[in-house]
Design a protein. Structure first.
Length: 74
């Protein structure tokens, strides 16, 4: 398939499909990046050594979108 054909198909995607494709291509690019792999290995090693956070702390730092919107409105 040519680049032109790919562009034509991408132009026909719904906004949701386009967003998914964008995220997929970004993840695929990151996964083959040696620097990204090294950083993920470093973070995993740190978490396994006891420097991770609890699920409660994660939720506090990253609230659900609906909660973020109501917190931002305050």
């Amino acid at each position: 398939m040519s680049t032109t054909q790919l562009k034509e198909l991408a132009d026909k995607l719904t906004p949701k499909e386009s967003k998914w494709l964008s995220a997929y291509l970004a993840a695929k690019a990151r996964a083959s990046d040696p620097a990204w792999k090294a950083e993920m290995a470093r973070r995993l090693k740190r978490m396994r050594a006891g420097h991770g956070i609890t699920d409660t702390e994660y939720r506090r730092r990253h609230p659900e979108p609906s909660k973020r919107a109501s917190a931002a409105a305050k």
